[in-house]
Write a protein that binds this ligand. Structure first.
Ligand code: AHG
Ligand code: MN
Ligand code: MN
Length: 325
């Protein structure tokens, strides 16, 4: 039996890579809080019905969407671990209407925007789901308030997502560096398994909800037709799972605006911005179809946006057709 090579753990990674750099001290604690929370969420995901976390709570969230038990449970877990990290000043969450302003003075505070459980429609049918995080550094000497969270994606210092799939993978992006870690469920530790992720030059897949074609405008329908004629269709219905496959294998994800959703379906602050940051650091691109995602000046915490992200050249081609009008 070959001796398993010693892999670098996430704790060792953030300590060795970041601890001594002033621009990231404290960020390691935020990442470890995300890792701790995702271990706890992963356990609930695997237990599912046995842990009584399937099904709906009977409430609807600020988005007007039915809230699944696991949406609430994962939101509570991450709010707890992030608040206790000692380096998070405020949290914005898909499942919480108003920002959570963390008590107590936080010196080098970070602001975290999160989708604690992405792919809710897949929870009850045992299909891959995930969690998504965007991380901004609060402005020096700023006393954070609700408006402190409305920062453009191009001011993020890091972003991360977790896929709870056949394995549990945490992907962490900082400037020019995207690294993937796999969870060893036994020890509860993440270790480096996908160093220096770059989106492949060749695009293999396109991911879009083809059921929406009838409500697309003509230029967008033409753009989707071009993708359909060139690439294989893969669509899980969990953004984070579709994105992860396209990041590793080469692909494009598109949830454009349509007649029913003029502003798109996905949320800018905790879906499009974090994954837009990840894909750009991995050499890809993220657009609304008319504008770079990370340049959008946000107006509301839960605002939606059209989202097209993946291989840079394919995103640019798709955008040129959509915006040609
Ligand atoms: P969430 O579960 O956080 O609300 O996100 C669900 C999103 C995203 O994960 C996925 O890409 C999209 O909903 C699927 O939407 P459709 O079911 O309309 O295709
Ligand atoms: Mn989501
Ligand atoms: Mn969600």
């Amino acid at each position: 039996m070959p001796v398993a090579e010693k892999r670098t753990t996430l704790q060792e990674y953030v300590t060795s890579e970041w601890q001594d750099k002033p621009q990231t001290s404290g960020l390691g604690a935020v990442i470890m809080a995300i890792a701790e929370g995702s271990c706890r969420v992963q356990a609930l995901v695997q237990q599912a019905a046995l842990a009584d976390v399937l099904g709906v709570t009977g409430e609807t969230n600020i988005q007007g969407e039915i809230v699944e038990r696991l949406d609430t449970a994962s939101s509570d877990i991450f709010v707890e671990t992030l608040s206790q990290s000692g380096h998070v000043a405020a949290i914005g969450c898909e499942e919480i209407e108003k920002p959570v302003i963390v008590e107590g003075e936080v010196a080098d505070g970070f602001i975290v925007l999160m989708d604690p459980l992405d792919g809710s429609s897949n929870i009850d049918v045992a299909v891959s789901i995930g969690s998504i995080f965007g991380i901004w550094r609060k402005r020096p000497d700023e006393t954070v308030n609700d408006d402190s969270l409305l920062r453009p994606g191009n001011e993020q210092v890091a972003a991360a997502y977790v896929v709870y799939g056949s394995s549990t993978i945490l992907v962490l992006a900082t400037k020019n560096n995207v690294c993937g870690f796999t969870l060893d469920v036994g020890s509860g530790k993440f270790s480096v398994t996908h160093p220096n992720i770059k989106i492949p030059a060749d695009c293999l897949y396109y991911s879009t909800n083809e059921g929406n074609n009838k409500v697309l405008d003509e230029p967008t329908r033409k753009a989707i037709t071009l993708l359909r004629n060139k690439y294989s269709q893969r669509y899980v219905g969990s953004l984070v799972a579709d994105f992860h496959r396209n990041l590793l294998k080469g692909g494009i994800f598109a949830y454009p605006a349509d007649q029913n959703r003029k502003d798109g379906r996905l949320r800018l602050m905790y879906e499009a911005n974090p994954l837009g940051f990840v894909v750009e650091q991995a050499g890809g691109a993220a657009s609304t179809g008319f504008q770079r995602i990370l340049d959008i000046i946000p107006k509301q915490l839960h605002q939606r946006t059209p989202l097209i992200l993946g291989n840079k050249d394919v995103v640019e081609e798709t955008v040129s057709v959509i915006s040609a009008g």
